[in-house]
Write a protein that binds this ligand. Structure first.
Ligand code: CP
Length: 336
């Protein structure tokens, strides 16, 4: 039986470096099969529940297409369809869904809820983003970095973004596991949760990675191979916009900031969606209220030759296939 069979993906902290590298390698294989139109029905006949309490483009599309390519049936259950934690306990919902579905994806507000789904459903549960972590995003991010550089260990990843969000938490932990040097450039007011830094330091002691937090974005990007940013205010944090704009403006990834990067072959990542111009309805409203054209990055960076964020988005599908097939597909993977 596979070492992955029946496991959940709630946080990358539950996987070893070798296991994460195996999943990335498997995703590369699945991507190759997809490009060559070779069927890969590892989940033939399985039913997969896709629970979304929040909106999503990439995660929903990636899970849906991944299920179909793997021969499984995806069933989308949005916030108007289920009463999770409101009219019904998460435990009861988990027991019911687990009796009908073979696997469950969950995107929602609380990490506790994805953990309860995992505890009570009896089937593999994959975290599609909570308040604390975004582990499926990590598989795609590090696959994309490996595709570009051919390796991960010893590279340096600079995350210019607020330190207290799910993507930062997951990037810091995953970098530390994989031996990728990591620096978070963030204002003093938004530095990461000390418990996350402590956990990352523990993994880094094993992998040899360095983990740093700085308030100086130039110091962060100078030695970076990969620069990553993310929205300044997440879904549900809209009331904090004015304060975030004030605090985060020096950390915007723009032409001036990236001019300090020493590696000419550096890459830019963003989990998307990004606020890089005022073309969307949402961005136009922010421009009107706060007088800014862009937030975390600018057009000249996200559309530059250094940007790999659209490959990164595509890789969500390949890596989500890998984790679903590995944990549910009865693959023969005796050890990694
Ligand atoms: N990166 C990401 O999770 O995108 P969505 O919110 O569109 O799923």
């Amino acid at each position: 039986e596979s070492v992955f069979q029946g496991r959940h993906l709630l946080s990358t902290r539950d996987y070893t470096k070798d296991e994460l590298m195996w999943l990335i390698g498997f995703a590369e294989h699945l991507k190759d099969l997809k490009k060559r139109n070779i069927p890969h029905h590892y989940l033939e006949g399985k039913n997969i529940a896709l629970l979304f309490e929040k909106t999503s483009t990439r995660t929903r599309a990636a899970f849906t297409t991944a299920c179909i390519d793997l021969g499984a049936h995806p069933e989308y259950l949005g916030k108007g369809d289920i009463q999770l934690g409101k009219k019904e306990t998460v435990k009861d919902t988990a027991k019911v869904l687990g009796s009908m579905f073979d696997g469950i994806e969950f995107r929602g507000f609380k990490q506790e809820h994805v953990e309860q789904l995992a505890e009570y459903s009896g089937v593999p549960v994959w975290n599609g983003l909570t308040d604390r972590e975004h582990p499926t995003q990590m598989l795609a991010d590090f696959m994309t970095i490996k595709e570009h550089f051919g390796k991960l260990e010893g590279l340096t990843l600079a995350y210019c973004g607020q330190g207290r969000n799910n993507v930062q938490n997951s990037l810091m932990i995953t970098s530390a596991i994989l031996g990728v040097n990591y620096v978070n450039a963030t204002p003093a007011e938004l530095e990461p949760d000390p418990a996350i830094v402590e956990l990352a330091q523990k993994f880094a002691a094993e992998s040899g990675a360095t983990i740093r937090v700085t308030n100086d974005p130039v110091d962060a990007v100078r030695g970076a191979d990969a620069v990553y940013t993310n929205v300044w205010a997440a879904m549900g944090e809209e009331s904090q916009f004015a304060e975030r704009v004030r605090l985060m403006s020096p950390y915007q990834v723009n032409a001036e900031l990236v001019s300090h990067i020493e590696n000419p072959d550096w890459i830019f990542l963003h989990c998307l969606p990004a606020f890089h111009n005022a073309e969307t309805e949402y961005a136009a409203k922010i421009k009107e209220e706060h007088g800014i054209e862009a937030m975390e990055c600018t057009d000249d960076v996200i559309y530059s030759e250094h940007s790999v964020c659209f490959e990164e988005a595509e890789n969500r599908m390949h890596t989500i296939k890998a984790i679903m097939a590995a944990t549910l597909g009865n693959l023969y993977i005796p050890r990694v």
